[in-house]
Design a protein around this ligand. Structure first.
Ligand SMILES: Cc1cc2nc3c(=O)[nH]c(=O)nc-3n(C[C@H](O)[C@H](O)[C@H](O)COP(=O)(O)OP(=O)(O)OC[C@H]3O[C@@H](n4cnc5c(N)ncnc54)[C@H](O)[C@@H]3O)c2cc1C
Length: 266
C-alpha cells in the first residue's frame, strides 16, 4: 500500500456533475496532480474546499497549520467552506477522481455547493489518509448512503488487490431511501462476497434495525474485524456491539462518523 507522507492542497476543476439519483451526485474532478496521485487506501477521504458563490478557488498557505485553522484565518468575505468526502474512484491515466455525494437540499454548505456546481467550477482538494485497513480474516463492512461509495471502492480495491479477501467479506448496506443510493450493489457484489444484506428502514430507525440484523446474523460467529461509516449514532452503536458485545479488540474496529442527524458535522 502506498502511504502519503504529507497532506497537500490541490487546485481541482470540476469536469462533470451527474445526478445518479435525485439525492446522489457523482462529481468528477480533474487536476494535473492526479496523474501520480498516491492513494493510501480505498476509503481515502479529502477536504473539499468550496469557494463562495461566483468566486474561483484561490490557493492559500497550509504550512504548519491544520486545514480548518487555515480556512478560518481567511477573510470572512472570501472564506470558502470545507467539508469531507471520499474518493470513489481514481483514474491516473485520465487524471480524474470521482466522488459520490448524498445531498439534502440547501441545509448545509456541502450539499448546497454540490447541487449547483457546474463543469469548469474550481475548488480545493486537501488530501487526507485512508482509514480502512486490509483484513487478516473475516471482515464486516457496514455503510449508510453517505458511506456506500466508500464501501464500493473498498470492494473494488479488494477485487483488484486481494480478491480472495472478498470470500471473507460480509456487507451490510443501510438504506433509508433509494433516492440516495446507486443501484446495483447486490447485482454487482452479491455473489462475490460472503454475504450481503440490505437493511431498509425509515430515517432514525436505521440504527435499531441494523443492530437487530447484526446480532441475529453475527453474534453466534462474529467477524474478525469491522469497518463502519455513516451517520454518527449508527457508527457508534455498531462499534459498541463489536467491541463490547463481540469482544473485538478496539483496533480491529474502524468507525467513522460521516454526519449526524440534526446537526452539522464539526
Ligand atoms: C471522512 C469522511 C468522509 C465522507 N465521505 C462522504 C462521501 O463520500 N459522500 C457523502 O455523501 N458524504 C460523505 N461524508 C459526509 C459529508 O462530509 C457530510 O455529508 C457533510 O458533512 C454534509 O455537509 P453539508 O455541508 O451538506 O451539511 P452539514 O452542514 O454538515 O449539515 C447540515 C444539516 O444537514 C444534515 N445532513 C448532513 N448530511 C446528511 C445526509 N447525508 N443526509 C441527511 N441529512 C444530512 C445534518 O444533520 C444537518 O442538520 C464524509 C464525511 C467524513 C467525515
Amino acid at each position: 500500500m502506498e502511504i502519503m507522507s504529507t497532506h497537500l492542497l490541490h487546485p481541482v476543476t470540476l469536469v462533470a456533475n451527474e445526478m445518479l439519483k435525485p439525492r446522489l451526485h457523482r462529481l468528477t474532478f480533474t487536476s494535473e496532480a492526479f496523474a501520480d496521485f498516491p492513494l493510501s487506501g480505498p476509503d481515502e477521504f479529502f477536504g473539499l474546499v468550496m469557494p463562495k458563490e461566483g468566486r474561483e478557488f484561490t490557493p492559500f498557505s497550509i504550512d504548519g497549520v491544520n486545514i480548518r485553522a487555515a480556512v478560518a484565518a481567511l477573510p470572512e468575505e472570501t472564506r470558502p467552506n470545507l467539508r469531507w468526502y471520499t474518493i470513489r474512484s481514481l483514474d491516473r491515466q485520465r487524471k480524474l477522481i470521482d466522488v459520490d455525494v448524498v445531498t439534502h437540499g440547501d441545509s448545509g454548505p456541502g450539499s448546497r455547493w454540490i447541487r449547483r456546481a457546474r463543469p469548469g467550477d474550481t475548488a480545493g482538494m486537501f488530501t487526507c489518509p485512508a482509514l480502512w485497513t486490509p483484513p487478516t480474516g473475516s471482515q464486516l463492512l457496514v455503510a449508510d448512503a453517505s458511506a456506500l461509495p466508500a464501501l464500493r471502492h473498498i470492494l473494488a480495491y479488494q477485487r483488484a488487490n486481494a480478491p480472495e479477501a472478498l470470500a471473507e467479506t460480509h456487507v451490510v448496506a443501510v438504506v433509508t431511501s433509494h433516492d440516495e443510493v446507486e443501484d446495483g450493489l447486490a447485482e454487482q457484489w452479491g455473489t462475490a462476497v460472503r454475504s450481503l444484506d440490505v437493511v431498509e428502514a425509515a430515517k432514525t430507525l436505521e440504527t435499531a434495525r441494523t443492530l437487530t440484523l447484526l446480532r441475529e446474523r453475527f453474534s453466534p460467529a462474529p467477524p474478525r474485524s469491522v469497518w463502519v461509516s455513516g451517520e454518527g449514532d449508527l457508527t457508534k452503536a455498531v462499534r459498541a456491539l463489536a467491541v463490547k458485545g463481540w469482544g473485538l479488540p478496539a483496533e480491529k474496529v474502524v468507525w467513522v462518523p460521516f454526519w449526524f442527524h440534526g446537526r452539522a458535522r464539526p
